[in-house]
Design a binder for this molecule. Structure first.
Ligand SMILES: [Zn+2]
Length: 313
C-alpha cells in the first residue's frame, strides 16, 4: 500500500515576499493523516486557517492564491505545492506571517531541500489518488488543458508558444513521465520568468515589489537579463510544467492519468481541476497497492532522508 506522508520534524525558512518585497517567515510542521495541506496566517489575530483545495483558489493573477470569504489570502503557494506533490507529502501545517509565502529563488527546489531536511514520515493511512476515468478539457481563447485516462502513473505534455529571440522554438514543448526523482533532477530548479516591460508596469502599480533577478528569469526584448543565464535550456516550459504540477495538487491527491496542455497557466490549470472534480463520472478516488501497480512505486522522492545538497545520480 502506498501510504500518506508528512514531515518528521518542524523546519522554518524566511525569504522575500514576491508581492510585498518584505521579509516573510514560514514554518512547516508535521500533520496527522487526512489533514491535507493547512496554511495558517499567524500574523492575523485570531489566526486564519486555509485548507488547500481547488475551490479555495480564487486568485490566479500573478501566482496561485487561496482566498477565504473574508478576503484574507495566502499567495504564491504553487511552487511549494509542486514540491509537496513530488515528495508525496499529503499532510502538512504551513504557518506563515504574511499574506504570501516567500518566493525563495522562484523555483521549487529550496522547498524540497527544506522539507528533506525535516525528513519524511510515512503514516499509516493509504495515500489517495485521483484516477482519471474520462477526458476532461477546458479552453480559453487559443489555450487549452486536459486530463485523460492512463493505465498508471502521471504523464505530462505541455507546450508554450512564445515568439522571443531568447526562447528557442524547439525548446517550448516538454513531456514527462512524472516521478519525484525526475521532477527533482529535470524540473524542480526551473524558475518563474517574466518580461522587463511587464515588470515596469507591475512596479508602477505596486505589484511584484519583491521580484528580482534573484527569484525570476527576466527577459528584455532580446535576451535573458540574468547574468548567470538559464538553469536548463528549456527552463521556460519546465517552469510552466512545475506550475501545473503544483496547481493540480491543490486538492492534495496525486493524479493517475495524463495531463496535456497548450499555453496553460494558473487560471486554466485551476479551471481544469475544478472541471474534473465537478464531474463525478470523470474520476475515482483510489488507493494503490504496491503489489498491484508497481508503476506507482518510486513515483515520489524516496522515503529515506537525503542530506542537504546531495543531488540524485
Ligand atoms: Zn511559477
Amino acid at each position: 500500500m502506498i501510504r500518506q506522508r508528512t514531515i518528521n520534524k518542524a523546519v522554518s525558512a524566511s525569504g522575500i515576499g514576491l508581492h510585498s518585497g518584505r521579509k516573510v517567515s514560514v514554518r512547516f510542521r508535521p500533520a496527522p493523516a487526512n489533514t491535507g495541506i493547512v496554511y495558517t496566517r499567524v500574523d492575523i489575530e485570531p489566526n486564519v486557517v486555509f485548507r488547500a483545495s481547488a475551490d479555495m483558489v480564487r486568485d490566479t493573477e500573478l501566482c496561485t492564491a487561496l482566498v477565504n470569504d473574508a478576503g484574507d489570502r495566502v499567495s504564491t503557494i504553487e511552487h511549494l505545492s509542486a514540491a509537496l506533490s513530488s515528495m508525496g507529502i499529503d499532510n502538512l501545517y504551513v504557518d506563515v506571517n504574511a499574506p504570501e509565502l516567500p518566493v525563495m529563488d522562484g523555483s521549487a527546489q529550496p522547498f524540497i531541500y527544506l522539507l528533506e531536511n525535516a525528513g519524511i514520515r510515512v503514516l499509516d493511512e493509504p495515500k489517495q489518488f485521483l484516477k482519471i476515468l474520462k477526458t476532461v478539457r477546458v479552453e480559453l481563447d487559443d489555450k487549452w488543458a486536459e486530463l485523460r485516462p492512463a493505465k498508471s502513473g502521471f504523464k505530462l505534455d505541455l507546450e508554450i508558444d512564445f515568439n522571443h529571440p531568447a526562447m528557442d522554438r524547439a525548446l517550448q514543448h516538454y513531456t514527462m513521465d512524472f516521478t519525484g526523482e525526475k521532477f527533482f533532477r529535470d524540473v524542480s530548479r526551473a524558475r518563474t520568468f517574466c518580461f522587463m516591460k511587464d515588470v515596469e508596469f507591475m512596479h508602477a502599480h505596486n505589484l511584484a515589489l519583491g521580484g528580482s533577478l534573484d527569484n525570476a528569469v527576466v527577459l528584455d526584448d532580446y535576451k535573458v537579463m540574468n547574468p548567470e543565464g538559464l538553469r536548463y535550456p528549456d527552463e521556460f516550459v519546465k517552469h510552466k510544467m512545475l506550475d501545473a504540477i503544483g496547481d493540480l495538487y491543490m486538492n492534495v491527491r496525486s493524479i493517475q492519468g495524463e495531463f496535456r496542455a497548450y499555453k496553460t497557466g494558473h487560471h486554466l490549470n485551476n479551471m481544469l481541476l475544478r472541471a474534473l472534480l465537478a464531474d463525478a463520472a470523470a474520476y475515482r478516488i483510489i488507493t494503490v497497492d504496491d503489489g498491484v501497480q508497481a508503476a506507482e512505486k518510486g513515483r515520489f522522492i524516496r522515503e529515506t532522508e537525503r542530506p542537504y545538497g546531495v543531488v540524485f545520480a
